[in-house]
Structures are given as C-alpha cells and as structure tokens.
Design a protein around this ligand. Structure first.
Ligand SMILES: Nc1ncnc2c1ncn2[C@@H]1O[C@H](COP(=O)(O)OP(=O)(O)OP(=O)(O)O)[C@@H](O)[C@H]1O
Ligand SMILES: [Mg+2]
Length: 163
C-alpha cells in the first residue's frame, strides 16, 4: 500500500492525523505538505509537534521561512515556502533539513512543498484539499524507502480509503 485517502471532518481531525503520524515516523523523516491556502497544513504540523512533546505554540513560518523546535522527543524543523519561487528555494539549501549533516536528525515538515525545485529521495507526501461538504480530504503517499507503514492509520481513521 503506497497511498491512502482520509476524510478530516474538522480541525481536530487534522491535528489528530499529525499526532498519529508523528508517533510512528522514524528519526530523519520528511513530511511534504501540499495544498491550497487554508487547507490545514499548519494544523497538521501542530499535531506532529504535540506528539513530539513540544509545548511551544507552533505558528506558520511564512515570514521566517523556518522554525526549529528542539524541546521535544525529536527536533522538529518546520519550513514554509509560500513566499518563495523555486529558484529562490534552491539558494536556501532546503536539503540541509533532510541530509542531517548540519542539523541534528529529527522530523522535517515543509508547507508548500510543491514549490521545491527538487525533493528528498524518501518522504511522506500529504496533499490536503477542501471537501465540498465541509472538512478536508488528506491524500497520504509514502515515497521511496521511508520506514513507515500507512496501515497504522487504519485503526485510527475508520473512513480511510486505500488507493
Ligand atoms: N479538517 C478540517 N476541517 C475544517 N477546518 C479545518 C480542518 N483542518 C484545519 N482547519 C482550519 O482551517 C484553517 C486553516 O488552517 P491552517 O492554517 O492549518 O491551513 P494552512 O494550509 O497552513 O494555510 P496556509 O496555506 O495559509 O499556510 C484553520 O482555521 C484551521 O482550524
Ligand atoms: Mg500554514
């Protein structure tokens, strides 16, 4: 199974998805978040942070580009590429946050990942979209060799669809 789709009726569900994912994501994981303005990318990262034991408030680094949270079980690197064009992103070396040479290994979450000019080899891709009747839809895809079993979402989200 490489991809699943989950209905998220409210922001609590989006946050819960982040929590469940972070419980099982290994150190050195990258989560690429795609989706239009306001689809819930930051909300999901807040759930990841909560699961890692980060008590600081996680806000979108729209202007700072990156926020680092080091007080949890693993460091969390939260990037937001909204304000950048692919050519500008190249200059900031996003690979710093998935090569784990210059920063201690942890979890990297990148909002507006569709703007990346190149991507890591292994990652979890999450595409959030608005649902017509309210809520959001999350399509989650495991790419490359990431050591993560999408099957764990089955018990937490009964309305999960396998693709
Ligand atoms: N499943 C959901 N159903 C309804 N509302 C949701 C859901 N998930 C998150 N929201 C709400 O959507 C709004 C936008 O969420 P959020 O800021 O996380 O989106 P975003 O994708 O990070 O936006 P941006 O593109 O501006 O970074 C918030 O008010 C949040 O509470
Ligand atoms: Mg955001």
């Amino acid at each position: 199974m490489h991809s699943v789709s989950i209905f998220l009726p409210d922001d609590r569900a989006t946050r819960q998805l982040g929590k469940v994912l972070a419980k099982s994501l290994p150190k050195r994981s990258v989560v690429l978040l795609e989706g239009d303005l306001g689809t819930g990318k930051t909300t999901l990262v807040q759930g990841i942070g909560e699961s890692l034991g980060i008590t600081e408030t996680i806000v979108s680094p729209t202007f700072t580009l990156i926020n680092e949270y080091t007080q949890g079980r693993l460091p969390l690197y939260h990037l937001d590429l909204y304000r950048l064009q692919p050519a500008e992103i190249e200059i900031i070396y996003p690979e710093t946050y998935w090569e784990w040479v210059e920063v201690p290994p942890g979890i990297t979450a990148i909002e507006w990942a569709q703007r990346l000019p190149y991507k890591p080899s292994d990652y979890l891709n999450i595409h959030l979209t608005f649902n017509l009747e309210g809520g959001r839809q999350a399509k989650i895809e495991r790419v490359g060799e990431l050591d993560f079993d999408l099957g764990i979402l089955d018990s937490e989200f009964p309305n999960l669809n396998l693709e």
